[in-house]
Design a protein around this ligand. Structure first.
Ligand SMILES: CC(C)(COP(=O)(O)OP(=O)(O)OC[C@H]1O[C@@H](n2cnc3c(N)ncnc32)[C@H](O)[C@@H]1OP(=O)(O)O)[C@@H](O)C(=O)NCCC(=O)NCCS
Length: 373
């Protein structure tokens, strides 16, 4: 089909239901269809998604899009706060659940949907070189619903390697789509026994949001003042980091009551925030892992915090602790503590950039698990 006849549309309720059912096949992970859909609906009411921050998009023929339940492909976006060096707090987006049903695959639909998505998400006023919409090749641009078109960046986590999303470029370019950035992982095997640190407070579902608030302020200060490289980070507050932990409950309902979801160093002089938060991902293939979603600490406090994560992992019956992009100041200590660092081959963090300059030159800081979607 000629791509000029297709466009990107916000999904109706009926289309969201079809999209959700389609995502069950690749991402059901041990849940039955009903539990999977209930989980999706429940997570959609949490702060990271509520009040229009979560949106499903469909690629469909222009002539029947509102009623089409056999649309070609679909994806989701989450609006998020980001901080950009020299600019302060702005908006960005996370992109998730890109799916084409098997009968429509291999016809270029996902690629076209993702190319169109840039024109829904980008604030085109932010770059003097943002490519114009290729009208003669793609027909009329998609309508940008109220509240969209405000992003300086969007990010996704590719499970199909680095090339496909890079080729979903802005305009007709094939190399300025979502560019993989630092898909690094460090993994520790959980020891049989570790001392229970005494100078730590456990973080629970109730207490961790205030830590993410404090962390967000520090990230804003740290990234906001960075020069000369353009630096960017997602912020963990407003429910963003909490989403992964909330998701954990659906795989392990027993962890809902009394679970410890992180730890914070007792801050005697109130000058330094040292903490880790974590989540479970028991549906993954391979060893059962506790994932550190966000870590802020010094090399001195890192062993204590890691011990707390080991303790939590043992309590949950998990055998590994994993973190993405361990801060460079912690690498040596992490290695001494048995951590093995490598490049991930899935969930490749990838960035599309709508501000001035090239995405290749943008530094993504705090590229940890907390902003995954
Ligand atoms: C990935 C997916 C969305 C592609 O949809 P599609 O409409 O068939 O995509 P297009 O026709 O636009 O492009 C096909 C390209 O997808 C890429 N692709 C698809 N599956 C891939 C995989 N598992 N690994 C690497 N690349 C893959 C290929 O590069 C292919 O390029 P080619 O045509 O040169 O061979 C679809 O296969 C799908 O829904 N898969 C299951 C869900 C999933 O994994 N989604 C991605 C999560 S990050």
């Amino acid at each position: 089909m000629d791509v000029k006849n297709l466009s990107l549309f916000p999904a109706t309720e009926a289309q969201i239901k079809v999209h959700r059912e389609r995502t069950f096949e690749p991402w059901g992970r041990g849940l039955d269809l009903e539990s999977f859909c209930q989980r999706d609906i429940a997570l959609g009411h949490l702060p990271h998604a509520a009040h229009g921050r979560w949106q499903v998009w469909i690629l469909a023929p222009r002539e029947n899009a509102p009623t089409n339940l056999d649309f070609f492909c679909s994806c989701e976006t989450y609006e998020r706060e980001v901080v950009v060096s020299g600019k302060g707090t702005m908006l960005g987006y996370g992109v998730a659940s890109v799916i084409t049903p098997p009968r429509h695959r291999g016809k270029g639909y996902a690629r076209h949907m993702m190319r169109l998505l840039h024109y829904i998400l980008a604030d085109r006023r932010l770059s003097s070189t943002f490519p114009p919409f290729p009208l003669s090749e793609w027909g009329a641009p998609p309508a940008v619903p109220a509240g969209f078109g405000r992003g300086i960046a969007s990010a996704l986590y590719s499970d199909v390697g680095p090339t496909f999303y890079q080729q979903c470029g802005i305009g007709t370019s094939k190399d300025n789509g979502w560019i993989v950035k630092d898909p690094e992982v460090t993994i520790w095997q959980v020891p049989d026994d570790t001392p229970l640190p005494s100078n730590l407070e456990p973080l629970t579902e109730e207490t961790q949001e205030e830590v993410w608030e404090a962390d967000a302020k520090l990230i804003q200060d740290e990234v906001g003042g960075e020069t000369p490289t353009t630096t960017f980070a997602f912020l963990p507050n407003r429910g963003v980091a909490n989403f992964l932990q909330a998701r954990s409950f659906f795989y392990e309902p027993s962890t809902r009551e009394g679970g410890v979801w992180g730890c914070k160093m007792k801050d005697l002089d109130h000058t330094r925030l040292s903490f880790a938060t974590w989540c479970l991902d028991p549906g993954r293939e391979g060893p059962q892992t506790l994932l550190i979603t966000r870590l802020r600490c010094s090399p001195q406090s890192f062993p204590t915090i890691l011990n707390a994560a080991f303790n939590a992992a043992r309590t949950f019956g998990l055998v590994q602790v994993e973190i993405w992009n361990l801060d460079s100041s912690l690498r040596d200590v992490g290695k001494e503590l048995g951590g093995v660092t490598s490049m991930r081959d899935d969930h490749l963090s990838a960035l599309a950039w709508y501000g001035e300059g090239s995405v290749h030159d943008v530094r993504w800081r705090y590229n940890e698990k907390f902003c995954w979607c």
